[in-house]
Design a protein around this ligand. Structure first.
Ligand code: GLY
Length: 347
């Protein structure tokens, strides 16, 4: 068993990482929740694998009820949010009773948003079952749904009471979904943990230790900037270009981040911010975990990125590596971006 604590100004919570933790949920949850009833939110696919197990492992201490929704990104919408609230209210959930998010990122984001808004806030515990959600969305309290064609546009910061990660759940992921999570895990090594990058070079099994090394980066950034005002931006390494290609070419999120990291490294090299050694190290680790490393010229995407992301002052923040295991925020004006667009380079 390994554990981390996320220490924030107004709250702190534990992240427990333990194989077979799914069999001892009540043992851990009892630490943060003493009432009788708990309500699990999950999807139809995760339910098949883990719902009975979760109910069994909670039933010695709690009366367990649940709501199941269809799996997939289409569930992060207003209608589904309304449905979940309605079902919970039909079950007469009270404001001091616990919600449990059992599933991947969609379930975590939706469940967190319900927890943030129902009765103006009820407690919730995250049990992320995909590597992507274990690495990223389950930590840090960003919750929300998509609306008006915009991702996560309705949302709230709502920290969980606890996050419980059972690495065994990764065994039920298919290869591509597993590697999708590896994109974020490798990103954490790149921006904040050189030791993690060194560990990954031998393609180890993703165990408790590796997961904790990766989560340490996310938790450290969230602790400095809970509300995403500055440093949390560092977590967006690879995302600026990643978002530009994700939907266009049908990549999964972690795959797009993989390519986006390589594009950002090339751009950082051209600006003399990123040392040459970074590209090969990250490229080789991505290859080991079968993530795409297709070459896209970052210059072809600068225009989209700039107009999509620029702030009122007409500048955009890029995230670059200034060495392996460390990232910086680098502000650029429209003129600087245009100058770079026009410059010949090796990319
Ligand atoms: N996924 C980036 C963040 O949590 O801020």
């Amino acid at each position: 068993m390994r554990e981390l604590e996320v220490r924030l100004k107004n709250s702190s919570y534990r992240i427990i990482v333990e194989n077979y933790l799914m069999d001892k949920l009540s043992f851990y949850i009892n630490d943060v929740y003493k009432n009788k009833r708990v309500f699990i939110l999950t999807d139809d696919v995760v339910a098949k694998y883990y719902l009975d197990k979760a109910i069994k492992s909670l039933s010695d201490k709690y009366v367990v009820d649940y709501v199941i929704i269809p799996h997939g990104e289409n569930s992060k919408v207003l209608e589904r949010y309304a449905y979940v609230c309605e079902e919970l209210l039909k079950k007469d959930i009270r404001r001091n009773e616990l919600l449990i998010a059992l599933g991947g990122g969609v379930i975590g984001d939706l469940c967190g948003f319900v927890a943030a808004t129902l009765y103006r806030g009820i407690p919730y515990v995250g049990i992320p079952t995909s590597l992507l959600s274990q690495m990223d969305s389950s930590i840090g309290g960003k919750t929300g749904i998509d609306f008006y064609n915009r991702k996560n546009i309705l949302g709230a910061f709502k920290q969980p009471s606890m996050v419980l990660i059972d690495p065994n759940t990764l065994k039920t992921l298919d290869n591509r979904e597993f590697n999708n999570g590896m994109g974020e895990l490798i990103k954490h090594g790149a921006i904040g943990n050189k030791k993690l990058l060194d560990m990954l070079k031998d393609k180890p099994q993703i165990d408790e230790d590796i997961i904790v090394e990766s989560l340490f980066v996310k938790k450290s950034v969230v602790e400095i900037d809970e509300f995403d005002l500055k440093e949390r931006m560092l977590l967006n390494f690879g995302h600026t270009f990643g978002h530009a290609i994700e939907l266009k070419y049908g990549y999964k999120h972690g795959e797009a981040v993989a390519i986006g990291m390589l594009m950002a490294i090339k751009m950082g090299e051209d600006l003399n911010v990123t040392p040459k050694e970074c590209y090969d190290v990250i490229f080789n680790i991505l290859k080991l975990y079968e993530l795409p490393t297709d070459e896209y010229n970052y210059k072809d995407y600068l225009k989209d990125v700039f107009y999509d992301k620029k702030n009122i002052a007409g500048t955009i923040n890029f995230i670059f590596l200034n060495k392996l295991g460390n990232a910086i925020i680098y502000k650029m004006t429209e003129e600087e971006v245009k100058r770079l667009e026009g410059k010949n380079n090796s990319n």
